[in-house]
Design a protein around this ligand. Structure first.
Ligand SMILES: [Zn+2]
Ligand SMILES: [Zn+2]
Length: 240
């Protein structure tokens, strides 16, 4: 018996959420899969939320994206932030479930792949270092590193940095969130030069108002990026 087969007997693959035995590694069991709101069909080209109707053959945008600052070119989300998507995001962020980064990055790549081309530089939304101390890792950087690896693209985990601690966005209005984030993200004094002349993919775990992604996009543009796409694991949709 080979080592792989022996390990499988000792550690048979389990569902990422409920530990039911499953047939493949890094998967969800049937009931958990069905309770995970993966995005499919026609989506907003800026935030990735689902839209009703058939694909009209040109990019379409949701109401929120029509009235909010969206400085990036395209955006996608793998899931809506509710039910099991919420569980996955919280487990990745606070639960030390580093094993979730690989499948989650695969799901993000699944929706972002049509927007990617060779030479794209993948970067995460940065955490302020004071929050990094409390949390020990940046879940967005775990996702972006895995996504870049799976897509065969360049990755720079610190091309962007937090210029100041913005504290939590929770409890702020949509306008307040944009005000709080203005100028809060900057290109890294050295590694930021990697962004010059590049097409960039910014990865984050969750998009709520989009204020953080807007600040990250502005920083990329400031550093000379030519084109910015954003991709998140889960989109908080108003009607979700
Ligand atoms: Zn399950
Ligand atoms: Zn949208």
């Amino acid at each position: 018996m080979g080592l792989q087969a022996a390990l499988r007997l000792l550690f048979p693959p389990q569902c990422l959420l409920c530990e039911t035995l499953v047939t493949t590694d890094f998967g969800l069991c049937g009931p958990c899969w069905r309770a995970t709101p993966f995005v499919a069909g026609l989506v907003c080209d800026l935030c990735g939320c689902p839209l009703p109707g058939e694909d009209p053959g040109h990019p379409v945008h949701c109401d929120e994206c029509l009235t909010s600052a969206r400085p990036w070119d395209h955006g996608r989300a793998a899931m809506l932030y509710r039910d099991n998507a919420r569980k996955l995001v919280l487990a990745l962020k606070h639960g030390d479930r580093l094993d979730l980064a690989r499948p989650a990055a695969g799901w993000i790549l699944g929706v972002a792949r049509p927007l990617l081309s060779p030479g794209v530089l993948v970067v995460p939304v940065p955490l302020h270092w004071t929050r990094l101390l409390g949390r020990r890792y940046n879940q967005s950087a775990l996702l972006s590193a895995e996504l870049a690896r799976q897509a065969g693209l360049d990755h720079c985990p610190d091309a962007l940095v937090r210029g100041r601690n913005t504290h939590s966005q929770e409890g702020r209005s949509r306008e307040g969130r944009f005000d709080n984030m203005t100028g809060a993200i900057l290109p890294h004094p050295k590694r930021g030069t990697l962004l010059r002349g590049r097409r960039v993919l910014i990865v984050d775990d969750v998009m709520t108002s989009g204020a953080t992604l807007a600040a990250a996009t502005e920083a990329c543009h400031g550093a000379g990026a030519t084109h910015v796409t954003v991709a998140v694991l889960a989109r908080v949709a108003k009607d979700a």
